[in-house]
Design a protein around this ligand. Sequence first.
Ligand SMILES: O=C(O)CCC(=O)C(=O)O
Ligand SMILES: [Fe+2]
Length: 340
Amino acid sequence: MELQSSYPPLFRGLRDSAPAADLDEGSWMTKPIHEPDPIPVIDLQRLDVEPERLGEACREWGIFRVVNHGVPLDLLTGVRSHAGRLFSLPFESKQALLAAPLSYFWGTPILTPSGSALQGGAQSVNWVEGLNVPLGQLSLLGDGGDDDDDEVTVLASLRNVLQEYGVHLGRIAKLLFRAMAEDLRLDPTLSKSYLSESTGFVRLYRYPHCSKAGGNMSGMEAHSDSSVLSILCQDEVGGLELYKDEQWIQVQPVPDALIVNVGDMLQAMSDDEYISVKHRVKVRKPQDRTSVCYFVFPGQDSVIRSLKYRPFTYSDFQAQVQQDVKTLGFKVGLRRFKID
Ligand SMILES: O=C(O)CCC(=O)C(=O)O
Ligand SMILES: [Fe+2]
């Protein structure tokens, strides 16, 4: 009898045979991993001492590594191993277990506001499965069953670890955003509503391995994030790449460091001074990759005011992205709101 597979059927046959053709633009221009790579490093405990480093990283790169962030190492590894355990459940169990307010998706990272995969959202298959967890609704997870129920236990322990993780990531987002708002001289009465750290969400990802050495699949196609900030915790496998100066640069996994990137909302708030960096994930290794990404957004109804864009809320932005993806097949993004 065939062993129950944890992989979505879409990935099963292909995973061990031919790598999918890679149609991304510029993949042949990827720079080899630098030792160490050139991504700027921000020491969270020195934000006050050298504030200019943060502004420079956001203007030049739109992405940086954070060290001395105060998240215990065993919490970082704990969150990733929870993700690994969840994804290794049989596919059918994940479909049954990971229901609202969670959403389980695969083949595309583009979801509707209610959490289901947006049809036609991806240009081609994205070699990834994910779990979307709205932090504001964590308390709904894992209640209502008896203690012997395995599924309830899995969800309850996910809730506990993400609650602790969410508090740390909210703290880091607030610290970074306060320093950025100062660097940008944002009006403090406006900037207060520009970050709603408790209503962000966390996404857990597994990128199934590609057992052919030298494989080159698209784990997540090139995109910019719609968030204010995104904060990534990844395992040691690697695969994240960013686009800078017309080249793709591989981001080297560094144990214990977090990767932060500027999202579209922050680029608008900064009048385009900060860059919402274009990035993607490549699957090149014969190992599954696990990553956990925290996304933080502006407060609901908070109007973003910018010299470069007409006033808009995050909901306006999200609705426009959904419409573009449905009708055009891709996200147009900030350009839709630009003042000509
Ligand atoms: O898994 C990663 O390294 C990146 C994920 C990502 O870019 C995203 O979720 O927007
Ligand atoms: Fe992203």
